[in-house]
Design a protein around this ligand. Structure first.
Ligand SMILES: O=C(O)c1ccc[n+]([C@@H]2O[C@H](COP(=O)([O-])O)[C@@H](O)[C@H]2O)c1
Ligand SMILES: Cc1cc2nc[nH]c2cc1C
Length: 561
């Protein structure tokens, strides 16, 4: 959370800023004003502010706000206020004009904004709104008003949200660049017009990541092909319905391909999205929300590249190709897998947004571009997998928010945490959900607040696969959590997905129920990295082959019932 709180004198802005940070155990208070003063009235005012703040606050008196922010990027902070900061930047003795003083301010202001953007924990900045009254009579008054206006504009552009306090009431001013959500009108469908060599619609990913979260309407799988498939199942050499769910599965493939009989699946491809999460960092006692250290993520990425992981073994046996994408690993990885890297680890969702909105857009755009590349290359079925120490915590928090479940119901043992880890993880999910609920209706903001870059990329990938009319097998809880968001980004995308399995993570069954998907397998697996989806792949291949190549009663000369 990065918020600018504007207001006039005695508007209630400082109280409101303190309330925004009320949930934090520790807050750094960057006091920019003169704290020692011969002015009795000013001293009383400062004392009043101090009294109101509890001992949760650690006060730092400074006008070098950028340096103070950068010194402790992981601690929630309240900056109060920018009026004093501006006053300290100006050379009041000089007779240079307002424009020249603005040039002097530009460097420190850019530094200030950059340090706010870099801050990993919540940051609330209080600033006076001095532009609503008469033009001041004195040159220094006019200069101050001018520079305050410029400063507030620049800082408003660096934060996620700005509010104005008037008479103790909060007026929401929103973000500098409003976040487009799905209420934004969608462009007309281009799907029918643009058939590529794959027989599926051409790439429709936005070239510009500023539009990454805007999806064209999703066209459902073809109902006519589905009807033809159901009819064909009735004339194949078997008692009607005797292949149970395999029949529905084959029908789904035919509908996705828009043709019956369907074409056998020959080019299934797995993408494993890798990323680290700040929430997995060990606490002061060395405890974590995961049973494994963060370094394992990068080590497993190297294992995927070398072909030694479970996903590689299963894919080799089942004729699938594996592609690995480092979206947010907290280490350098092979350049062949880091083309779409967004960041080195997402931030700790307990205390701050996992990533910025800009990074969330970049990650969604990356997922979409990866899906486009594969569909354009002729892939006929996609599988999404994940790898990331700690990623079951953000994933469970997403499921908690979107399926309206409690933290204790979505928390699971992940890689095998003990009871102390379970308690830590439940608390982390609770904190993440508390932050995520506020943006539950805005999928991009939700991904930024608690999902992180890798889950955002998976969401973009799944939604784009649906837009490109390509069937997908979902893997475990982490992928399915991203799928919940993807179906909010691109409503109806779920029609293009099958649930490969249900994992041992309790949130997985809840997420699948929410999506209306019934898993193909329940093998008590909890590995991730697409393993569950791959084990289900032969079912999808077999179901397609049955519908495509079995003889009919007529062809085989077998008597129909
Ligand atoms: O997808 C699942 O259902 C699943 C269940 C348990 C664990 N995982 C994998 O385990 C890792 C995350 O576990 P953890 O305990 O570090 O949060 C990550 O690499 C996931 O792919 C995945
Ligand atoms: C070794 C290991 C492999 C994994 N694959 C997916 N998640 C994983 C987590 C660990 C710890």
């Amino acid at each position: 959370m990065r918020v600018l709180v504007l207001g006039g004198v005695r508007s209630g802005k400082s109280e409101h800023a303190e309330q925004l940070l009320a949930a934090h155990q520790t807050v750094r208070y960057l006091a920019t004003g003169p704290t020692l003063s011969t002015d009795a009235e000013w001293s009383a005012r400062v004392a009043g502010h101090r009294e109101r703040r509890s001992d949760r606050y650690e006060t730092v008196e400074t006008v070098d706000v950028a340096a103070a922010l950068r010194a402790r990027p992981d601690v929630p902070v309240l900056v109060d206020d920018l009026g004093n900061w501006v006053a300290a930047q100006v050379d009041w003795d000089s007779d240079s004009d307002s424009a020249a003083q603005a040039v002097r301010l530009a460097g420190p202001l850019a530094e200030l904004c950059a340090s706010i953007g870099e801050h990993r924990a919540d940051v609330v900045v209080v600033s006076p709104e001095v532009g609503l009254s008469l033009v001041p009579e004195t040159p220094s008054g006019r200069l101050f008003q001018d520079l305050m206006g410029r400063t507030n504009q620049a800082v408003a552009a660096a934060v996620d949200d700005t509010v104005l306090l008037v008479a103790g009431r909060v007026v929401a001013l929103g973000s500098a660049a409003p976040t487009p959500t799905r209420t934004r009108p969608a462009p007309a469908p281009v799907v029918a017009a643009a058939a590529s060599t794959t027989g599926r619609p051409d790439a429709v990913s936005p070239a510009d990541p500023t539009d990454a979260e805007v999806f064209e309407p999703i066209i459902p799988p073809d109902a006519q092909a589905a009807a033809a498939a159901t009819a064909r199942h009735g004339v194949l050499t078997k008692p009607p319905g005797s292949l149970g769910r395999l029949e529905a599965l084959g029908t789904w493939v035919a509908a996705c391909q828009g043709t019956c009989p369907p074409t056998p699946i020959t080019a299934p491809t797995v993408v494993v999205f890798a990323g680290d999460h700040g929430v997995a960092a060990p606490d002061a006692d060395g405890g974590s929300v995961s049973a494994f250290p963060q370094a394992v993520t990068a080590q497993m990425v190297a294992n995927f590249v070398a072909g030694g992981a479970a996903v590689n073994v299963l894919a080799r046996r089942l004729g699938a190709t594996v592609r690995v994408e480092d979206i947010a690993v907290a280490a350098d990885t092979d350049p062949t897998v880091s083309r779409y890297k967004v960041c080195r680890g997402s931030n700790d969702l307990r205390v701050t947004d996992a990533i910025t909105l800009a990074q969330a857009r970049q990650a969604v755009a990356a997922g979409r571009a990866i899906a486009d590349e594969l569909v354009d290359a002729g892939v006929d079925l996609l599988i999404a997998g994940d790898m990331g120490i700690g990623n079951t915590t953000p994933a469970a928090a997403l499921v908690g928010v979107l399926a309206h479940e409690e933290p204790v119901l979505v928390v699971g043992r992940g890689t095998g945490i003990d009871d102390a880890g379970w308690i830590r993880k439940t608390a982390a999910i609770r904190d993440g959900m508390w932050r995520g609920r506020r943006v539950a209706d805005d999928p991009l903001s939700l991904l930024a607040a608690i999902g992180g870059a890798d889950l955002a990329a998976i969401a973009g990938f799944l939604a784009q696969a649906a837009l490109r009319r390509t069937p997908v097998i979902l893997d475990g809880m982490v992928v399915t959590a991203a799928a919940l968001v993807a179906d909010d980004l691109a409503p109806g995308a779920v029609e293009w997905w099958q649930a490969g399995h249900v994992s041992a993570e309790p949130a997985h069954a809840l997420a699948l129920h929410r999506l209306g998907l019934t898993p193909l397998l329940d093998l008590d697996m909890r590995l991730g990295e697409a393993s569950g989806a791959l084990v289900a792949l032969p079912l999808v291949i077999a179901a397609t082959d049955v519908l495509a190549t079995m003889a009919t009663f007529d062809e085989a000369g077998v008597s129909d019932a």
